[in-house]
Design a protein around this ligand. Structure first.
Ligand code: SF4
Length: 381
């Protein structure tokens, strides 16, 4: 089947106008959006390239050999990324997640991590710096990432069965190499390691129990992610979504699970602890998580913003347009102006796509009207 050409270029060009810098004299961390949500989590996509072609994110027939990636000059430099992060920290961000595409493909990413690790909150505290990777380069890079200041890592792995995994990543990449990356991350001292499995009905639900058995008691937290209608290239259909409630039921047939409290406000995952013989959570057995954007929307306390590799700030994973901070960064604007502009952008944020998806008929759904949702490979998950 030939390549599908989807005009992603247009979408990338069309940035939202920057609001005039807010006159808001806000004490650090007091910024709220139009729904009263603080800004706590900045996801930073550092490249539009990836060495996998997961069908739910970067299908090969769209992101094929003729696909035009962004030139390096279009990407934010590490200094520019750090300036945006510094401004965001001033307004309350405590967690930075590096994403992509595949972030470990960005040359010198250790230098960026070192720059971000040097940032401090207004109270002088270090930030929580993490990274989401497909694990393909982790075995080689784990120690350097840790030494640069990375504290933890999340690895995407959609199955233990090699044939299933190769089908999901569509580049014939073996499971063993990703598992070796996870081992290297642990050996390097990266803590709180998580594994994310996207569950797509008809593709890999038979991997739910093998994955749970493999990671139970390993110190690695496995999270099951509902297949999402991100972007417009993955051909998403509701009947390919396996609701998290079904996943938990399946797991409860095999293991005793107890619900756990969220570890932080705005956490996307519902946590379930493996119970010991006394029926209570046994930390040595660990936990699993479910991320249910389709069937259990969590927009109410969503405190995340996303920065694309070329400096567009998106306020929702399902947004159709972002604000162009790169132009501002390259206009010679000072840090106060960057901070004030960021505040003005966040203050007017009203996004709640997943909530609306659940309540509105398809034709009335928000991004449907604009015909485009930004691609996950462009702003990270
Ligand atoms: S749909 Fe948008 S607003 Fe809702 S939780 Fe996801 S990113 Fe946040």
């Amino acid at each position: 089947m030939g390549e599908r050409v989807i005009p992603l270029i247009d979408e990338r060009q069309a940035a939202l106008p920057l609001p005039s810098p807010s006159g808001l004299e806000l004490p650090p961390g007091h910024l709220r959006d139009a729904r009263g949500r603080p800004l706590r989590d900045l996801r930073i996509s550092v490249t539009d390239r990836c060495n996998f072609r997961c069908s739910y994110c970067m299908p090969k027939d769209v992101f094929g050999k003729h696909y035009s990636y962004l030139p390096h000059s279009a990407l934010l430099s590490f200094e520019e990324i750090t300036r945006v992060a510094r401004a965001a920290v001033r307004h309350g961000v405590r967690k930075l997640r590096l994403t992509g595409g595949e972030p470990l493909l960005r040359k010198g990413i250790e230098q960026l991590i070192a720059q971000l690790a040097a940032l401090r909150t207004p109270a002088g505290q270090p930030l929580d710096i993490t990274l989401t990777t497909n694990g393909s380069l982790l075995a080689r890079k784990a120690q350097a990432l840790k030494d640069a200041g990375l504290q933890r890592v999340t690895v995407s792995l959609d199955g233990l069965d090699d044939a299933t995994f190769r089908r999901m990543n569509d580049v014939d990449f073996p499971v063993a190499a990703v598992l070796a990356g996870i081992d290297a991350a642990r050996a390097a001292g990266l803590r709180n390691i998580k594994v994310n499995m996207v569950v797509k009905r008809g593709a890999n639900e038979d991997q739910i129990l093998p994955m749970a058995r493999h990671f139970r008691g390993s110190g690695v937290t496995l999270r099951f992610i509902e297949y999402m209608d991100v972007g417009t290239t993955n051909g998403w259909r509701m009947d390919e979504v396996l609701p998290s409630a079904d996943v938990v039921r399946l797991l409860q047939d095999a293991f005793a699970l107890v619900p756990l409290a969220a570890s932080a406000p705005g956490e996307t995952a519902m946590r379930w602890g493996y119970a010991g013989p006394d029926g209570r959570h046994d930390p040595a057995l660990g936990e699993i998580g479910t991320i249910s954007s389709v069937t259990q929307a969590f927009c109410g306390d969503c405190n995340r913003a996303r920065l694309s590799m070329e400096g567009r700030l998106y306020l929702c994973l399902f947004a159709s347009q972002g604000h162009d901070l790169r132009a501002l960064l390259r206009s010679g604007a000072d840090d106060e102006t960057i901070e004030a502009t960021l505040a003005a952008i966040w203050a007017q944020r009203n996004d709640r796509y997943s909530e609306l998806r659940a309540t509105l008929p398809p034709e009335a759904q928000p991004a449907h009207s604009s015909g485009r949702r930004v691609e996950m490979s462009y702003i990270g998950g």
